[in-house]
Design a binder for this molecule. Structure first.
Ligand code: IDP
Ligand code: MG
Length: 150
């Protein structure tokens, strides 16, 4: 069973889109196993985005992601990492397909609303940065057999 880390970024929270974004994942049939609101500090931002530390946009990215509260979550299901990435749309919202989250709500790469892990390794690392093991819930969903055949 795969897990992925997803986050509504400060612009998504400020624009009142956190609920809408969580709803999209719920309505798709993805299972929430952790959820919280927090404000990221500089240390966590630098660790979360460490792969980008040498990029020209890194400083602005850290400022952006620490600029206000975020809503962080973990979703679980078969192939959930790729499914969420497809639902987010391209990093550059101008290239994001209409109907994706970024293709619906965003126009600028520096304000692209939402984050999702890009690989199993990133997912494990990012979940570990944001959540304690005890915050990841194991629960039986009553609708499971209506969402997955087996
Ligand atoms: P992703 O969020 O789709 O995985 P990444 O390439 O991992 O995209 O970049 C992380 C984040 O850094 C992006 O979501 C965006 O907020 C920001 N970013 C990426 N490229 C640029 C850029 O060229 N200019 C400004 N910000 C960027
Ligand atoms: Mg990325």
């Amino acid at each position: 069973m795969e897990r992925t880390f997803v986050m509504v970024k400060p612009d998504g929270v400020q624009r009142g889109l956190a609920g809408e974004i969580i709803s999209r994942f719920e309505r798709r049939g993805l299972k929430l196993v952790a959820l919280k609101m927090l404000q990221i500090d500089r240390d966590l931002a630098e660790r979360h985005y460490r792969e980008h530390r040498d990029k020209p946009f890194f400083e602005n990215l850290v400022k952006y992601i620490t600029s206000g509260p975020v809503v962080a979550m973990v979703l679980e299901g078969p192939n959930v990492i790729a499914t969420v990435r497809d639902m987010l749309g391209a990093t550059q919202p101008a290239k994001a397909l209409a109907g994706t989250i970024r293709g619906t709500y965003a126009v600028d790469v520096g304000r692209n609303i939402v984050h999702g892990s890009d690989s199993p390794e990133s997912a494990a690392r990012e979940i570990g940065l944001f959540f304690a093991e005890s915050e990841l819930l194991t629960w039986d969903r009553a609708l499971e057999t209506w969402i997955y055949e087996s």
